[in-house]
Design a protein around this ligand. Structure first.
Ligand code: NAP
Ligand code: MG
Length: 500
């Protein structure tokens, strides 16, 4: 560093310290999103054959808001008989209407659904946040717009399948049974329903038990859109309901997003049948920072990768690899940034980290934090206070971790980051790949050649370079190894719903 650079660096440090003292006790005024425009019915039935119908089981369960622990609504529990009705409705709609109408007409319905999601975006965003606990900024700016974009994107393909897959005579499969998790409830429903409809299939979808509301709101929207009866059916319930869909003989395709454990059960269940299957499962992504990376940007990417959305992201950057010579500096900056993260009411527009989706998930995360401490890793948490009610977790960092630690190899699905250091590119590739998962990864460096070297050797479905968690409907998404198989998004996502 020459004299001039030295002077600049000293001045920057001084300014930083001044702003730290001045803004120490500075807080944002609360900015809660209004819930007045939102209509949540006290009870929801099953959406079968274009109508809301009572469950044969006569059973209902509560869905609660994880940030207030208050009940939001009662939800029907679909048993085997209900699933059978839904599959029959889907089969009937497939045979009699959906496969027969011209593809360009199918496209019109899908476009209409996309536009209606945009029109009701605010309501969807608020309900997503109330039911699932994620910050309103995220549901408003990511989940809902991306869900609409998926419908727009696949609507465009509906009448161009012969061009997408030339000389293959692409044909639909029939009834698609689709099962989704709680971390992106509306977005996952869109990822599943849009390509299925565009390719001429009909659908029976089951949302997760803790986040059924936006899927049911989507059912209302689909009813308003005039989509022919039975083309989309939405049945709510627990794992048993999902299993009934998977095992139903008239289901021709199973699309599942969720944990690797349940994915394995489903794979066994369909083995030996003619059902087509795609599995989008867990992950434990490596976020890799080289010493030539723009450090502040990388810190922001790390925070975005693991702390926003409470780490409830299958592709969360939950393992951080930092090149040794910049580790101390980067960790200091990361700790500082963690202090400024706002944890609390997810409906507040200032909130960075909302509520953990359920009590069970919070207990699981807390157990992993104890495991990390017992394994001898050094813990650091932000000093923020947590709300008295609701399920919340402080952003957590584990330093001095190694490949033998469970917090490094197992999916936690919470705001917990395990940090390791490395010296060479070969070493970090080896470490990053040494894991049963292979869904995604991130790399931060100034050098394009390093990015290509690394991406060609990483066993991960998606690798982001100098950014993190970016999605586009045109880009396929999916995993290697225990992160599943099959791709969603793009042309790949269409082919999963076709015989070609
Ligand atoms: P999960 O427990 O596997 O549940 C996923 C869905 O499967 C839920 O709707 C669940 O119903 C249902 N289910 C449970 N047991 C079943 C069975 N035996 N047969 C059929 N369906 C069954 O996963 P989760 O805890 O909700 O979600 C978190 C997991 O999803 C994480 O591992 C995450 O990595 C993964 N994920 C992956 C991706 C990806 O694209 N790769 C995306 C998002 C999430 P209930 O909830 O009602 O029990
Ligand atoms: Mg809920």
């Amino acid at each position: 560093m020459n004299q001039k650079e030295n002077r600049i660096s000293k001045t920057e440090k001084k300014l930083e310290n001044v702003s730290k003292t001045v803004f120490k006790d500075w807080k944002y005024a609360p900015s809660p999103e209004s819930t007045e425009h939102v209509k949540i019915a006290p009870r929801y039935d099953l959406f079968i054959n274009g109508k809301f119908v009572k469950p044969e089981s006569k059973k209902y369960f509560d869905t609660v808001s994880p940030s207030t622990e208050k009940k939001l609504s009662e939800i029907a529990e679909a048993g085997e008989k209900d699933v059978d009705k839904a599959v029959s409705a889907a089969k009937n709609a497939y045979d009699k209407t959906w496969r027969k109408i011209p593809a360009k007409e199918r496209a019109k319905y899908i476009y209409r659904i996309a536009r209606m999601i945009q029109e009701r975006a605010r309501e969807f965003a608020v309900i997503e946040t109330m039911d699932g606990g994620k910050p309103i900024r995220e549901s408003r700016d990511i989940d809902v717009p991306l869900a609409a974009n998926h419908f727009f994107y696949y609507a465009g393909w509906a009448d161009k399948l012969d061009y997408a897959f030339p000389k293959t005579n692409p044909r639909p499969l029939g009834v698609a049974g689709q099962i989704i998790p709680w971390n992106f409830p509306l977005l996952m429903a869109a990822w599943k329903i849009a390509p299925a409809l565009a390719t001429g299939n009909t659908v029976v979808l089951k949302p997760a038990e803790s986040t059924p509301l936006t899927a049911l709101k989507l059912a209302e929207l689909i009813q308003d859109s005039g989509l022919p009866e039975g083309v989309v059916n939405i049945v709510t319930g627990f794992g048993k309901t999902g299993a009934a869909i998977v095992n139903h003989p008239n289901v021709n395709k199973v699309a599942f997003t969720g944990s690797t454990d349940v994915g394995k059960i489903i794979q066994k269940a369909v083995a030996g049948t003619s059902k087509k299957i795609t599995l989008e499962l867990g992950g434990k992504a490596a976020n890799i920072v080289f010493d030539d990376a723009p450090i502040d940007q990388a810190v922001e990417g790390i925070v975005n990768g693991i702390f926003f959305n409470q780490g409830h992201v299958c592709c969360a950057g939950s393992r951080l690899f930092v090149q040794e010579n910049i580790a101390a500096n980067l960790i200091e900056k990361l700790k500082e940034r963690m202090e400024s993260l706002i944890v609390g009411d997810p409906l507040d527009k200032n909130t960075d980290i909302g509520a953990i989706n359920s009590k069970e998930q919070l207990l699981k995360i807390q157990e992993y934090i104890s495991i990390g401490i017992n394994e001898g890793a050094e813990i650091h948490q932000s000093s923020c206070a947590l709300p008295n009610k609701g399920f919340f977790c402080k952003p957590t960092l584990f330093l001095n971790t190694s490949q033998s630690h469970r917090i490094v190899t197992e999916e936690i699905f919470g705001p917990v980051l395990a940090v390791q250091t490395f010296r060479t590119i070969e070493e970090v590739i080896e470490k990053a790949n040494n894991i049963p998962y292979g869904l995604s990864a991130g790399v931060w460096t100034d050098k394009g050649s390093k990015i290509f070297h690394l991406t060609s050797k990483m066993r991960a479905g998606v690798v982001w370079a100098n950014t993190y968690n970016k999605f586009d409907p045109a880009s396929p998404f999916g995993g290697y190894k225990e992160s599943g198989f099959g791709r969603e998004g793009g042309l790949h996502g269409l082919s999963a719903y076709l015989t070609i």
